[in-house]
Design a binder for this molecule. Structure first.
Ligand code: RRO
Length: 306
């Protein structure tokens, strides 16, 4: 029997279009495996760089209206240690693609990190050029199309796996950045990372996050993310992975109608638990059956007909 939920992204075969987003549970092989066992069609690791980083002081996460605000500051064990996690994970029988999210402070660092983690068994790499609150990396690269192109080219020359670029919404024109990434060889795009934001405690008059400024995720950013996917789909040919506030199957379908071939789920795991992968997958399946489609592929970009 053919699986009507199966989808291919730049050569990666997903049995359903849900993915674990970067930064959520992705710091250990065991938690990535848990997400896969709960139905994720692919898993993305926390962003990992060449050197270990402690990240920012607490409070690093705060709940705000309709979302979460974070400034974790790229805490990670470094590629050398994390390569072991990936090796164990692959030995431990992971049945879905694992995508290594990598960051660096230069194109060369991105390429070296990507090389180490793909050699350890990662099936693809996601370039984090979009973290909104760490100096000299993340959105400082992702806000500049020529820097994005430079990083993508370096990584493409370093690895044989698909290279996916995760974009920041904190730009005037996300299409321009997406096009630069694709011209440089990106195989797919993730839209979007968190929206630069802050919260202030009115009793103490202090910014709540230790880093003061952070990134907003969750339902609050969903319409921004849908708009970004829609605009990118009109202008680039590579698959788009939607990310930003997806909590229900309706959200997932909305992103697919906007042009996403798959969706990443992050913040919703905090409120819904890992069951969210199954509930979204079952909901998408019922939707395509009820609407008379044979495959989930048929709904990708459908809203552009109107
Ligand atoms: O670690 C973080 O603070 C972080 C990262 Br790497 C990112 O890409 N997006 C975000 O909201 N936080």
């Amino acid at each position: 029997m053919t699986n009507r939920l199966a989808i291919e992204i730049a050569g990666l075969r997903l049995s359903n279009p849900t993915m674990l987003a970067a930064g959520i549970l992705g710091l250990s092989g065991a938690s990535l495996l848990e997400a896969a066992k709960n139905g994720a069609g692919a898993v993305v690791t926390k962003s990992v760089g060449l050197q270990p980083r402690a990240g920012y002081a607490n409070p690093a996460v705060v709940q705000v209206g309709c979302g979460l605000l974070n400034a974790m500051g790229l805490p990670n064990p470094g590629t050398k240690d994390f390569a072991e996690e990936i090796r164990e994970l692959k030995k431990g029988g992971l049945k879905v693609p694992v995508i290594a999210s990598v960051f660096g402070f230069s194109g060369e660092e991105f390429a070296d990190a990507a090389r180490v983690l793909t050699r350890a068994g990662a099936d693809g790499v996601e370039l984090n050029v979009s973290c909104p609150h760490v100096d000299k990396t993340g959105s400082e690269i992702g806000q500049n199309p020529s820097l994005v192109a430079k990083v993508v080219k370096r990584v493409k020359n370093a690895v044989d796996t698909p290279v996916i670029v995760k974009l920041t919404p904190n730009v005037a024109d996300i299409v321009e950045v997406a096009e630069a990434g694709v011209r440089a060889g990106a195989d797919a795009i993730v839209a979007i990372n968190t929206v630069r934001a802050m919260a202030i405690n009115v009793e103490t008059a202090r910014p709540i996050l230790a880093n003061k400024i952070g990134g907003l995720s969750g339902s609050a950013i969903k319409p921004i993310a849908v708009r970004c996917v829609y605009e990118i789909y009109e202008n680039v040919k590579v698959p788009i992975i939607g990310c930003g506030g997806i909590t229900s199957w309706r959200d997932a379908v909305e992103f697919m109608l906007a042009g996403a071939s798959a969706v990443q789920i992050g913040t919703a795991i905090a409120s819904e638990g890992l069951e969210v992968f199954k509930s979204i997958t079952v909901g998408i399946d019922s939707y395509i059956m009820e609407k008379g489609f044979r495959s989930v592929k048929e709904i990708v970009g459908l809203s552009h007909r109107h």
